[in-house]
Ligand binder design. Sequence first.
Ligand code: C2E
Ligand code: CA
Ligand code: CA
Length: 266
Amino acid sequence: MDAALSVRRSLEMDLRTALTDGSLHMVYQPQVNRENKVVAVEALLRWSHPLRGAIAPDVFVPIAEECGLILLLGEFVLRRVFEETRDWTQFRIAVNVSAVQMRSPGFAPLLMRLAAQAGINPLNYELELTETALLGDDPVTRGNFDALTRLGFSIALDDFGTGYSSLSLLQRFKVSKIKIDRSFIACLGEGEGADALVGAVVKLARAFRLGVIGEGVETEAQRQRLMECGCNEFQGYLCGQPMTALQLLTTHEALFVQRGSVRRRA
Ligand code: C2E
Ligand code: CA
Ligand code: CA
């Protein structure tokens, strides 16, 4: 336990340094439709630790949340994403936002400032929140949510199905999209349970007039099952790996050139 605690402490300190030493960068994973056309990308944070190598966000984001660094880390992410993607008007850009950021009173004003500084259009951006971020009807979260949607940002419910998936949550918060968690996609075709659940979530999304996307799609069979359930958008290794802005521009050059504006800033 002592060893684990000391690794954690040292990661915490290194993360502070990482905010300024260039070891953090963003990658972007495509979200595609039935025709395999990129309709959005999700921005994902990467940390190349100078000694320990790549550290997964599943490891360092919770540490940042616990030690209070997530506000600075979240600001870094938003700044960097806006900077790298401001010319990408051909598809939406999704950014992960922590529950801690939503509970911070200055979050919506900060986003407004960063958006204005970068000159981005909030209508092109989607903020991904987990269900737990919206539970409890915390008044600060509610204020941030309303201010951000008024500014034009859309909100997607991430990891749907793993939290409380409460219907009243969908009634209380005007989210625009549900992301079906990859644990359900992984079980598709392995029994009736997962298929029924995914089918039910797609119907739920329809009833609420929301978009719906399947996450963690790794096989053609999973994509087929999702389509049979009525789901028309997919994200996962089958449809595209997370890649840097430059790799995305190169891999999907036709998409960028076809619709105009490309500025190679990455
Ligand atoms: P998430 O938001 O659910 O992101 C999707 C994760 O699934 C990503 O892991 C992605 O690389 C991975 N993934 C994509 N396709 C597949 C697939 O086909 N199969 C499998 N098994 N996995 C797939 P990643 O990048 O390691 O991120 C893990 C989590 O860390 C994210 O889960 C998100 O909760 C958090 N995270 C990442 N970037 C940020 C960020 O900028 N801010 C915040 N607050 N959290 C972040
Ligand atoms: Ca996400
Ligand atoms: Ca997710």
